[in-house]
Ligand binder design. Structure first.
Ligand code: S3P
Length: 428
């Protein structure tokens, strides 16, 4: 599928609802599966990544079904069933599915093979496999990539200092910690999204957070509950970016998750000069939610970003790069080498594709240098099979002279089914 975005849009205003948060949706499905009793997940994201998690859990004997926007899960307790004759669990394009399921499978008494699509098979899994092996799981495969065979069993608790700040690794280890007798302790090198810690507590797990140290006791059982999933700030980031770069734009984004470990993009765009208001802040369970209003036309300037904030904004960097290309002055993004092992090498993809549109953007080993302010022109650009690259390029197209065609854009369904319809509706 190719999508075409035309500049200038007739208008860009209105009110839009964001799809459910991807990270929270995965976690709710998995914890609901491991809990006793029924879990209802309101606003579950029906994107391809989260549906891959649902399919894998079904293959492990969990009963899950949708009733309108609600996912109902009949929890199995901690012990799931082997995935039948061909024990192959397919995570598709989803790193979160693969890594979180590695943690869950490490605690099961059977073996299963986890695989994924060609992009996921290139992504590093050793960061999860190594600590799980220390806990006693048997993980076999060709090197550290998928497919991997995971045979769980009796796990022992560990005290583990994570070398990379990764919420996926942290979550996999906390899930495995549910199966270890005693206390598993994890230390993070920098804060990453904390949805797992919040949700584990909601499900009744014995989880404790003290600064960068997170511990979990394995004895506790999870109890099914109701989870209300906030709108995804990582999806909202594309509309915040669009609102910033289109003069006269005025977009309301309702019920967006603004958990402080995820909402760094709002402050960063404001620092660049964007006119963004955060209103009606409230809590949905343990997660903060707000309505966001973005208005276009404010002068934008470049920014330097690196260090501890990077895990907070890691998925928003494609949207940020587009805003930076249109801001006055230089933006330097550093300490973001993780971008090279996402659904695509996002550093190379952004430099290459935004470069085709006339942006002055240079690859750094761990980030990007963007000299903003030169006009963008429409071009034929490539998604690199990466949903966030496709959406970033479509947003860039709103501010580029002429038509922009984004090739292989159906990958947007990974995290944001209905993205183009939502964008189009604002232009009518
Ligand atoms: C995620 C964590 C981040 C993020 C990914 C979702 C999660 O990855 O980029 O899109 O749900 O835990 P890492 O944990 O690899 O940093």
């Amino acid at each position: 599928m190719m999508i075409i975005v035309t500049n200038p849009p007739a208008r860009l205003s209105g009110e839009v609802a964001m799809p459910g948060d991807k990270s929270i949706s995965h976690r709710a499905a998995i914890m609901g599966a491991l809990a006793h009793g029924t879990t209802e997940v309101h606003g579950f994201l029906r994107g391809e990544d989260c549906l891959a998690t649902v399919r894998c859990l079904k293959a492990l004997g969990v009963e899950l079904h949708f009733v309108r926007d609600k996912l109902i899960i009949r929890g199995r307790g901690k012990h799931l069933t082997p995935p039948g004759e061909a024990p192959l669990l397919d995570a598709g394009n989803s790193g979160t599915t693969a890594r979180l399921l590695m943690g869950l499978l490490a605690g099961q008494r059977f073996g299963a093979v986890l695989t994924g699509d060609s992009s996921l098979k290139r992504r590093p899994m050793e960061r999860v496999a190594a600590p799980l092996r220390l806990m006693g799981a048997c993980i076999e495969g060709d090197g550290s990539r998928l497919p991997l065979r995971i045979k769980g069993g009796e796990l022992k608790p560990i005290h583990y200092k994570m070398p990379v700040a990764s919420a996926q690794v942290k979550t996999a280890l906390l899930l495995a910690g549910l199966f270890a007798a005693g206390e598993t302790v994890i230390e993070e090198p920098a804060p990453s999204r904390n949805h797992t810690e919040l949700m584990l507590a909601q499900f009744g797990a014995a989880v404790c957070v003290e600064g960068s140290r997170i511990s979990i006791r394995g004895e506790a059982e999870l109890k099914g509950c109701t989870v209300k999933v906030p709108g995804d700030i990582s999806a909202a980031a594309f509309f915040l970016a669009a609102g910033c770069i289109v003069p006269g734009a005025e977009i309301w984004l309702r019920d967006v998750g603004v958990n402080p470990s995820r909402a760094g993009i709002i402050d960063l765009l404001k620092e660049m000069g964007a006119d963004i208001q955060v209103q009606n802040r409230r809590m949905w369970g343990r997660e903060a939610v707000a309505d966001l209003l973005v208005k276009g036309g404010a002068p934008l300037r470049g920014v330097a970003v690196g260090g501890e904030i990077i895990p907070n904004i890691i998925d928003e960097i494609p949207a940020l790069a587009v805003v930076a290309a249109l801001a006055q002055g230089e933006t330097v993004i550093g300490d973001a080498g993780e971008l090279r092992v996402k659904e695509s090498d996002r550093i190379a993809a952004l430099a290459g594709e935004l470069g085709k549109m006339g942006a002055r953007i240079e690859e750094l080993p761990d980030g990007l240098r963007i000299k903003g302010g030169s006009p963008l022109c429409g071009a034929v650009v490539e998604s690199h099979g990466d949903h966030r690259i496709a959406m970033a390029l479509a947003v860039a197209g709103l501010a580029a002279k002429g038509d922009t065609a984004v090739r292989h854009a159906s990958v947007i369904n990974i995290s944001f089914p209905g993205f183009m319809e939502t964008l189009r509706r604002l232009t009518l």
